[in-house]
Structure formats: structure tokens, C-alpha cells
Design a binder for this molecule. Structure first.
Ligand SMILES: Nc1ncnc2c1ncn2[C@@H]1O[C@H](COP(=O)(O)OP(=O)(O)OP(=O)(O)O)[C@@H](O)[C@H]1O
Length: 253
């Protein structure tokens, strides 16, 4: 079966200052390749600075790699640093939803803006879609008129999820999106994500430090160390027989 997401040999460097007048290219991701099936979850783990968030940004189109390809459903959406206009099919959710939500707009206005910019839907069709997506993430229709500051942390993450889902993406990148939630809200959000995945065939790239979440949610696991893939395989297999030093260290074995 064709993977929904295929990443081929991505390389990313940042240009950083090393002296008063000198700059150099520092490699942050080197030769990253993996596949993700429809309706599946890949977890990306690694120690701090391993390059996880950089990979998330490349996938979502927030930054471009120098070389390598990203294919979505068989179509090349990024080729050697040139991004095609399909970004709306890979959406990202961050750890802190408040930073990505305009405090001056109601949730309805935020969602409506998304639809107005990206679709040809009429006002009535947009309203219907917004009501549907609010319902899907467990929010109420009256939340349309709420501003971001009127929500709890867990509800705000649902709002971020609604905004990500409103454009019917194929892949969601969750960059520590569950980390700041308290355990019971996190468990509810995980259940919601799993139910959505079952219902719609959505695929997730899960970036997290929580190994219990990795075990519970992911089908496959990619371990990064200093920007390189040091282990990639089925989650259960990697947990049962870790090969890389990093994975052994993370598991304390
Ligand atoms: N804009 C930037 N300019 C220069 N270097 C950067 C930039 N963004 C990230 N880096 C560097 O790239 C490396 C990887 O950073 P990244 O944020 O992807 O790591 P991470 O695995 O997500 O870490 P953490 O788990 O701590 O969030 C780090 O060494 C970081 O300093």
C-alpha cells in the first residue's frame, strides 16, 4: 500500500554566527527518510536538540530543507527546498496553543478565516463546517463566540485541533502538543485523537518526550540523535529490542 507520507533523504542546515564576522552552516538534520501509512502514527523521539521540532517544521512547510523530498499521497510536495502549494494537507499543533491563536478573534472567526482564505465555500457552508468540526473535537456550537482567553488549557488544545482539522488534512504533526496538559486532560485528548484517526484515517507524526504516549499511540518509531536517524521500526519491536544507545538510554536499559 502506498504510504500517505514519504520522506526521502532530507537535509537541513542552519547558518549560525561563529565569530564577529564569520558564519557557518551547521547541519541539524542529515539524511532523514521514513514512511507513514494512512491512519497510522509515527512517533519521533530523541534527546534535547536532536532535531525533532526542526523536522516538524519541515513537514508542515514552516521551513524548507536544503535537499530531499517530501511526498504526500504519492505527490511530491517538496523537492530540494522547493515547496508546492499543498501545505494545507499537513497541519501542525504546538505545545502552547495560545501562541498560535489570535487573542482578538473569536474561535468562530479564527476558523472562518481559515476557510475563507483556503476554500471557495459560501458563508452558509463555512458555518456548517465550523459547527461540524467544533462538534467533532468535543466543543459546543456556542464556543463559536468565545475568545481564546475564555477556554481552559485542554479546551484550547481542542480549539487548535479544530483549526488544524477544518481544512481536512491528511497528516497532523503534534509537536509536544499533549505535554502541557494535566494527565486526565491528556488522556481525554489522546482518546479524542485516536477516535478521530479511526473515523477519518488521519495520520499523525507524534513528537513527544512521553514514552508512555509513544507506546500507547504509535505504530512506528523514529529515534533521532544529533539530526540523524539512529533507529526506525515498529514501536513494539523497538521497545522490546532497542538497538541504539539513545533508545537504550531513554529506556534505562
Ligand atoms: N533557527 C535556528 N537557527 C540556528 N539553529 C537552530 C535554529 N533552530 C534550531 N536550531 C538548532 O537545531 C538543533 C535542533 O533543534 P530542535 O529544536 O529541532 O531540537 P529538538 O529535538 O526539538 O529539541 P527539544 O527536545 O529540546 O525541543 C539545536 O541544536 C538547535 O539549537
Amino acid at each position: 500500500m502506498q504510504p500517505i507520507l514519504k520522506v526521502q533523504s532530507l537535509h537541513k542546515t542552519y547558518r549560525v554566527r561563529v565569530g564577529l564576522l564569520k558564519r557557518k552552516n551547521v547541519p541539524v538534520l542529515t539524511d532523514i527518510s521514513f514512511c507513514l501509512g494512512k491512519g497510522e502514527t509515527i512517533a519521533v523521539i530523541g534527546e534535547t536538540g536532536a532535531g525533532k521540532s526542526t523536522l516538524a517544521k519541515l513537514l508542515a512547510g514552516a521551513e524548507q530543507a536544503e535537499t530531499g523530498q517530501i511526498l504526500l499521497d504519492g505527490m511530491t510536495i517538496e523537492d530540494n527546498g522547493v515547496r508546492q502549494d499543498h501545505c494545507r494537507h499537513i497541519r501542525m499543533i504546538f505545545q502552547d496553543p495560545t501562541r498560535s491563536l489570535n487573542p482578538g478573534l473569536t474561535i468562530g472567526e479564527i476558523l472562518d478565516d481559515c476557510l475563507s482564505y483556503n476554500t471557495e465555500l459560501t458563508h452558509k457552508q463555512r458555518d456548517k463546517k465550523i459547527a461540524h468540526v467544533l462538534n467533532r473535537v468535543g466543543l459546543l456550537e456556542e464556543h463559536y463566540h468565545y475568545y481564546p482567553h475564555m477556554f481552559s488549557g485542554g479546551q484550547l488544545q481542542r480549539v487548535a485541533l479544530a483549526r488544524a482539522l477544518i481544512l481536512d488534512p491528511k497528516v497532523l504533526v503534534l509537536d509536544e502538543a499533549l505535554s502541557s496538559l494535566d494527565p486526565s486532560v491528556r488522556a481525554q485528548t489522546v482518546n479524542l485523537l485516536l477516535a478521530l484517526q479511526k473515523e477519518t484515517g488521519l495520520s499523525y507524526v507524534l513528537i513527544t518526550h512521553h514514552l508512555s504516549l509513544v507506546k500507547h499511540m504509535s505504530d512506528s518509531l523514529l529515534v533521532l540523535n544529533r539530526g540523524k536517524v539512529v533507529e526506525f521500526g515498529k514501536t513494539a519491536q523497538v521497545f522490546a529490542q532497542p538497538k541504539s544507545k539513545v533508545m537504550k538510554r531513554l529506556l534505562n536499559v
